[in-house]
Write a protein that binds this ligand. Structure first.
Ligand SMILES: [Zn+2]
Ligand SMILES: [Zn+2]
Ligand SMILES: [Zn+2]
Length: 142
């Protein structure tokens, strides 16, 4: 049994070829737009609609097998790293996204002093800046 198949079964999800293909694409890492995921899934399966990929991503996200992020000004992106409340740093220049681990220790984000009675399950923190490539480009432009 493949790792993707194991993941689906462990969440009680039916094993389908589109689900396996999307998990396979996400397993390579990164934060991918639906368009890119669909392109890569089509390399593995003959025909799959964008809507089908959306449906699969919805099912995987609900099962905790993928995570949807949507930084301001960017289309939704999906990644396989889910459930650890990690954060993201986004480049203002090229839109590149990297993972940042959740601050743990004295002030973990999911443990706010006052949650106003809410049951908190996610702290959405986005760091903005310039990636190394864009920093180098900026220096070269000056
Ligand atoms: Zn950049
Ligand atoms: Zn991430
Ligand atoms: Zn955090």
């Amino acid at each position: 049994m493949s790792r993707a198949e194991e993941l689906l079964r462990s969440k009680g999800l039916r094993v389908t070829r589109p689900r396996l293909a999307v998990l396979d694409v996400l397993a390579a890492g990164g934060h991918l737009e639906v368009e890119e995921i669909t392109r890569q899934v089509r390399e593995r399966l003959d025909s799959v609609s964008t809507q089908a990929v959306y449906d699969v991503l919805g099912a995987l996200s609900r099962a905790g097998l993928s995570r949807r992020i949507e930084p301001a000004g960017s289309p939704a992106r999906f990644e396989a790293r889910a459930g650890d409340n990690h954060h993201h740093v986004v480049c203002r220049g090229c839109g590149d996204i990297a993972d940042i681990d959740c601050a743990v220790g004295s002030a973990p984000c999911l443990d706010p002093d006052t949650a106003h009675g809410f049951e908190v399950d996610e702290a959405e923190v986005t760091f903005w800046g310039l990636c190394p490539t864009c920093q180098a480009r900026r220096r070269a432009d000056v």
